[in-house]
Design a protein around this ligand. Structure first.
Ligand SMILES: N[C@@H](CCC(=O)N[C@@H](CS)C(=O)NCC(=O)O)C(=O)O
Length: 210
C-alpha cells in the first residue's frame, strides 16, 4: 500500500489526484503543519527537507518531490494513460511543461510565501515577494500563450501535467483573476476539476469550495 504524507492545500494535491485516477490503494497520513509536524523527527525521517508531500511506495521506499511522485505513479499504471508513450513527442511536452512549472511557478510560490528564506535582510522580504508575484504572473502568461485549444495541455489527452497545473493555480494570491486573464488555462483547470477522481477528494483540500 502507498502512504501519502499529506496536508490540505499543499503539494499533496496533485499526487493525491493521480493516486485516485490510477485507483491505487493508499493511506493518507495527515501532517499538521499548524503544529509544525513537518519539522518533527518522525516526519523528517521520511522527508529530511520537512516538506509535504512524500509518498512511501509498497516496498517502503520514499519518494519526495511532487513532480517525481506524479510521474512515478503514471509510470506504474501505464494502462491508465496519464503519460504518453515513453520517447514520444507528446511525452516530451509533458516533461517540458512539468519541469517548467516546477522550476518557475512552484519556485515563485516558494519565494512569495517563504520570502524570508530568499534574503538575509528582513527589510527586503516585501520586495522579494513583489518580484515573486511578477515572476509568477509572467510564467503563467507565457504558458497561456503556448497552450493549445485544449481542453488539456495535450488536447484531448489528460495527463499528469494537467492535475499539476490545477494545483499550482490555487496558490496564486488571486486564482480567479489569474484564470480570467488566462482563458485556456481556465478551460484546462475546469476540465480537471470536474473529473470524478478530483471531485472525490477536492473538499479535503478546499472545503470552502463546497
Ligand atoms: N519541491 C517540493 C516542494 C514541496 C513544498 O514546498 N511543500 C510545501 C507545502 S506546498 C511545504 O511543505 N512547505 C513547508 C516548508 O517548506 O517549510 C515538491 O514539489 O514536493
Amino acid at each position: 500500500m502507498y502512504k501519502l504524507y499529506w496536508a490540505a492545500e499543499t503539494g499533496a494535491l496533485a499526487p493525491q489526484i493521480i493516486l485516485e485516477e490510477v485507483g491505487a490503494d493508499y493511506e493518507r497520513v495527515v501532517i499538521d503543519m499548524e503544529k509544525g509536524e513537518e519539522m518533527q523527527a518522525g516526519y523528517l525521517a521520511i522527508n529530511p527537507r520537512g516538506q509535504i508531500p512524500a509518498l512511501t511506495l509498497p516496498d517502503g521506499s520514499v519518494v519526495t518531490e511532487s513532480a517525481a511522485i506524479v510521474l512515478h505513479l503514471a509510470d506504474t499504471y501505464p494502462d491508465v494513460g496519464l503519460l504518453p508513450p515513453a520517447g514520444s513527442a507528446e511525452r516530451a511536452q509533458v516533461y517540458r511543461w512539468l519541469f517548467y512549472a516546477v522550476a518557475n511557478i512552484y519556485e515563485s510560490v516558494e519565494r512569495l510565501y517563504y520570502s524570508d528564506r530568499y534574503t538575509t535582510d528582513a527589510r527586503s522580504a516585501e520586495s522579494v515577494e513583489q518580484a515573486a508575484r511578477e515572476y509568477m504572473d509572467n510564467a503563467w502568461d507565457l504558458l497561456e500563450t503556448e497552450l493549445n485549444d485544449g481542453p488539456f495541455l495535450l488536447g484531448n489527452q489528460y495527463t499528469v501535467i494537467d492535475a499539476y497545473l490545477l494545483m499550482l493555480t490555487r496558490w496564486h494570491e488571486q486564482p480567479q483573476t489569474l484564470l480570467s486573464r488566462c482563458p485556456k488555462l481556465k478551460l484546462l483547470c475546469d476540465s480537471v476539476r470536474s473529473r470524478p477522481a478530483v471531485e472525490r477528494i477536492w473538499s479535503q483540500h478546499y472545503p470552502q469550495d463546497s
